[in-house]
Write a protein that binds this ligand. Sequence first.
Ligand code: ZN
Length: 157
Amino acid sequence: MSCPFCAKNEDDFFMKTAHFAAIYNLSPIVPGHSLVIPIAHVESLFALSEPDFQEMMLFSRKVMRFLCDYFHTDAFDWAIQEKPPAGQSVAHLHVHLIPRYEHDLPEPGAWYHRMVEQEKQQIDTFARQRLSIPRLQEITYKLKEAATSYFSHHPNI
Ligand SMILES: [Zn+2]
C-alpha cells in the first residue's frame, strides 16, 4: 500500500526543518489538529537517531507553540501511536498536535477515541469527515503565512 505521508510534498507543509514537516490533519478532530512527520519514510519511533529524535521533539514543541498562538489557546494534547494495537493506522511515524479548548469535546479525554477513529480515515478514501483537498490547501497556505509572520516576531522560540 502506498504511504499517504510519503505522498505529501512541500505544498502540504506549513512548517519544516531539515528532516521533519508539519501538516494539517486531513480529518481534524478539533480545529488546529496537526501532525509532525519525518519527511523520509520512518515507521517507528525507535528507528530515529538521537539527533533526529531531538529535532522532532524540539520542532513539535515549536509547531505546538505556534498553533496555540494561532488558535488562541494554551491547552493541547500530544500523541504518538506505535503499531496497530496502539491505534496507529498509517505506518509512518507521526506526532499528533491537538490544540484544546474549554468544552471543545464532551469530555477532556474524548480526544483519544476520536483520534483513533480519524486515523482510520487517513487511509479510507470514502470517509465522510475529511476536508476537501482545496480546503486543506487553503488552511495549509494560511498557516504557512501565519507561521512565517509569527516566527519573524518570535525568533527565539
Ligand atoms: Zn511514508
